[in-house]
Design a protein around this ligand. Structure first.
Ligand code: ATP
Length: 320
């Protein structure tokens, strides 16, 4: 193998740059050439491809987003789109591909491999942490820390005004960000899609704690479980408490990656290159119990990642 390509696809996540850097520098270390493919699979189809060297990836390890840009590319879902991409694979002499993204991007990589035999390696890059086969995806830790920082600030104002705050966070149809940030931020209640919730219970808890002298309350809601605005409205209606809603939105996607995400991205990116050189394909580099592991893409794509419900119960116990 002499030349590999790397792209970022789907939603951006902090730490993608650190992953690109690791792929490029590890490949160069072994004498491979690396091509950067811009804007996900769009650049693959439009031949928006350029060589990357050690300096191309200098000064990016600490930056959020992705220097290669990212995109959602509908055309790659069509056989015609992928046929054009294959022409570019031949034209640029790409012999292996590293795809950094979420489940959708992995689907695209797997289909392309099946159709044209190009070896592919995937790295989990999404703040949602909803990819099975890895404890953490690149960007999750940063997003959680961003949410915790926001909760800390909201707590200050909540205390001063004796208010109830509902904080809606991202996570698509999962509650990983809400659960982890809610526990770390000392939320009174956490609402996630993986567990049914009762507004009656949440309000009863709020009233109980208010009688005990709690001056503020924070409720974290995963976007996939309920609308923060509706939860806030209901709480206000049922308890009469001054209730404010904050939707954190896209600020959870940005920011300088945490040290954890940088290290994770570096380890996974380097391993993906190693495995490509060893002739492996159709794998995701994951991180399980402190070890980098190789997981079959098929397994990743066919399993739903389970949330740690023991953590949910613990958050409930600790917030009483
Ligand atoms: P995130 O979790 O951040 O949303 P993702 O990788 O799951 O990331 P998607 O929008 O689902 O994001 O997919 C990204 C891109 O992957 C798509 O725009 C498309 O180019 C490609 N892709 C997704 N599904 C397929 C598919 N079934 N066939 C071919 N390509 C696909």
């Amino acid at each position: 193998m002499q030349r590999i390509g790397v792209l970022t696809s789907g939603g951006d996540a902090p730490g993608m740059n650190a992953a690109i850097r690791a792929v490029v520098r590890k490949a160069l270390y072994h004498g491979l050439e690396v091509l950067g493919i811009k804007r996900g699979f769009s650049g693959f189809i439009e031949a928006d491809i350029e060589p990357l060297n050690a300096w191309s990836v200098a000064d990016i390890v600490h930056r959020g987003g992705t220097m290669l840009r990212t995109a959602r590319c509908e055309k790659f879902k069509t056989p015609e789109g992928r046929r054009i991409a294959k022409e570019n694979v031949d034209r640029f002499g790409i012999q292996g591909l590293v795809v950094i993204g979420g489940g959708g991007s992995f689907h695209g990589a797997a289909i392309f491999n099946r159709e044209f035999g190009l070896p592919v390696m995937c790295l989990p890059g999404t703040i949602d942490n909803d990819i099975s086969g890895t404890d953490y995806s690149i960007g999750f830790d940063t997003a959680v820390n961003t949410v915790v920082e926001a909760i800390n600030k909201i707590r200050d104002t909540a205390t001063s005004h004796e208010r109830t705050f509902v904080v809606e966070v991202m996570g698509r149809d999962t509650g990983f960000i809400a659960l982890t940030a809610g526990l770390a931020g000392g939320a009174e209640s956490i609402i996630i899609p993986e567990r049914p919730f009762s507004l009656e219970e949440i309000c009863a808890r709020l009233e109980r704690n208010y009688r005990k002298g709690t001056s503020h309350s924070i409720i974290v809601v995963a976007e996939g479980a309920a609308s923060g605005v509706e939860i806030g409205r209901e709480i206000k209606k049922r308890t009469g408490f001054d209730t404010k809603v904050t939707i954190l939105g896209h600020l959870q996607r940005g920011g300088s990656p945490t040290a954890f995400d940088r290290v994770l991205a570096s380890m996974l990116g380097a391993k993906a290159v190693e495995w490509l050189m060893q002739g492996e394909s159709n794998k995701m580099a994951g991180y399980v119990a402190g070890q980098v592991v190789s997981v079959d893409l098929e397994r990743v794509l066919n399993r739903r990642k389970n949330i740690n419900l023991a953590l949910y119960d613990l958050a409930g116990i600790l917030s009483i």
